[in-house]
Write a protein that binds this ligand. Structure first.
Ligand SMILES: NC(=O)c1ccc[n+]([C@@H]2O[C@H](COP(=O)([O-])OP(=O)(O)OC[C@H]3O[C@@H](n4cnc5c(N)ncnc54)[C@H](OP(=O)(O)O)[C@@H]3O)[C@@H](O)[C@H]2O)c1
Length: 301
């Protein structure tokens, strides 16, 4: 740990009064970074960056093969431990599954990266209630549950933290991605609020809010032919992960990776909805035929 990190840790812990009993519970245990949605896209990029700096990793996604391929790639680097846990993170006992897995490794959750998520492109009423609820479960309920489960131990230690992968879309209503934008507004709002509530107690809570990122996400949600895909340049998943981890190190509450996203966010904030909504609607619009041509209007599942 260099001088900057020592200074930042001291500042971050300015109100923290840890008990020796609480600290003893974690002595001799290994810190783990838990990443949901680690088998591809932004989650995979976070896993690679965290492995590079030597973190012990718990990688989560549903698809066994892709997840195991990422885990094997990182194991070959031979730094920290890499454990892949293929399961659906929306299950009610997800926090317990993670806690048991980390416990079996003789560790504790030091950094939780709530990344798994999917979007729904197209008109709100065209998606089934079940699909919308599945998205709310993954994008909203799951990060909330995992934060609530692991934050108390972080506060007891006066260390560690949570990165919630949100979106630039969380800064305003997004016609034709309405439920998705709303889900990300929740994530950014909760992250910033809890980051403020826990300030000075040693933990870091960060919302990473990228604009379009070059992953399979857009094709899965049936939006690959929407205007924004052509008009707004995408950033790489790797740059999002690097930017997120840098912002986390410095204890920021929100980061918008790339040069364009902060500008777009500022524009979204100052533009009256009467002007912004039609503009954003035109960017996000997905015609019915387009969605069918891409094979799905139902995002990832
Ligand atoms: N791509 C963008 O332009 C963009 C922009 C802003 C924000 N984001 C946000 O960034 C996050 C990651 O997006 P991405 O672009 O990397 O998406 P992605 O490439 O589609 O990857 C999604 C990951 O989540 C996993 N996943 C999906 N459902 C899951 C579940 N129920 N349980 C466990 N794992 C699950 C997927 O694996 P399995 O399918 O095998 O489970 C996959 O590893 C999302 O929260 C998204 O909203 C993306």
């Amino acid at each position: 740990m260099n001088l900057i990190d020592t200074g930042l840790t001291a500042w971050r812990r300015r109100y923290w009064r840890g008990s020796t009993e609480a600290l003893q519970r974690f002595s001799g245990l290994k810190p783990f970074t838990v990443i949901t949605g680690a088998s591809e896209g932004i989650g995979r990029a976070f896993a690679i960056e965290c492995a590079r700096r030597g973190d012990n990793l718990i990688l989560i996604a549903r698809g066994v093969e892709r997840l195991e391929a990422v885990a094997n790639e990182l194991r070959a680097q031979g730094r920290g431990a890499v454990v892949s846990v293929p399961f659906d993170v929306t299950t009610m006992d997800a926090a317990q599954t993670i806690a048991v897995t980390v416990g079996a490794q003789g560790g504790f959750v030091n950094l939780l990266i709530n990344n798994a998520g999917f979007g729904l492109g197209g008109a709100f009423q065209e998606h089934s209630v079940e699909k919308i609820e599945a998205m709310v479960q993954l994008n909203v309920a799951t990060p909330t549950r995992l934060m609530r489960a692991f934050l108390p131990d972080m506060l007891a230690r006066g260390a560690g933290g949570i990165i919630n992968v949100s979106s630039l879309g969380g800064y305003g209503p997004g016609p034709w991605q309405g439920a998705y934008y709303a889900s990300k507004a929740y994530v950014t709002s909760l992250s910033e609020a809890v980051a403020y509530e826990t300030r000075g107690q040693g933990v870091r809570i960060l919302a990473v809010a990228p604009g379009p990122v070059e992953t399979a996400f857009h094709a899965k949600m049936g939006s690959d032919w929407a205007f924004y895909r052509w008009m707004i340049p995408s950033v790489s998943a790797e740059s999002v992960a690097r930017s997120g981890l840098r912002a986390y190190r410095f204890g920021r509450r929100v980061v918008l990776p790339g040069l364009l996203s902060p500008l777009l966010m500022a524009t979204m904030r100052v533009t009256p909805h009467v002007i912004g909504l039609p503009f954003l609607g035109a960017l996000l619009h997905v015609g019915k035929g387009t969605v069918r041509r891409k094979g799905s209007s139902e995002g990832d599942a």
